[in-house]
Ligand binder design. Structure first.
Ligand code: SF4
Ligand code: SF4
Length: 122
């Protein structure tokens, strides 16, 4: 009988597990990880560059909800995370640093609507 595997089992019995009890515990997300988008709408100049550069056509320029149209009369990016590949080209091209990818990677949802990052959440 080979002793290797048995030795390996005993060695690992006393090691801290690699996994965590999600969702009560979460692993630390690296600072540069690319997750859910955030739009700083006050910095957005509605140039549409983010939508144009997106290789997956995951960004549409849409109007603000009726209650906000007076303050934000132009069109603003809406990101469909269901289409996004998190390449961050939209972040790189934004001339005003208005669109950024956050470290929020907990994106699982049952509702299709929840995959949209809207310019203003109502
Ligand atoms: S991260 Fe890439 S794929 Fe996702 S919305 Fe931005 S440009 Fe499109
Ligand atoms: S988020 Fe940036 S790139 Fe996209 S429309 Fe606004 S200013 Fe332009």
């Amino acid at each position: 009988m080979k002793i290797g595997p048995v030795k390996e089992v005993f060695k690992n019995l006393f090691k801290k597990p690699m996994t965590v009890m999600f969702p009560e515990e979460v692993v630390e997300i690296p600072e540069r990880n690319r997750g859910r988008h955030h739009l700083d709408i006050d910095n957005c100049i509605s140039c549409g560059s983010c939508a144009k550069i997106c290789p997956n056509r995951a960004i549409r320029m849409i109007e603000a909800p009726p209650d906000f149209k007076e303050k934000y009369p132009k069109t603003y990016p809406q990101v469909d995370l269901g289409k996004c590949c998190f390449c961050a080209l939209c972040e790189d091209v934004c001339p005003k640093d208005a669109l950024t990818l956050t470290t929020n990677v907990f994106l699982a949802t049952f509702e299709k609507e929840d995959t949209y990052v809207n310019p203003i959440e109502v």
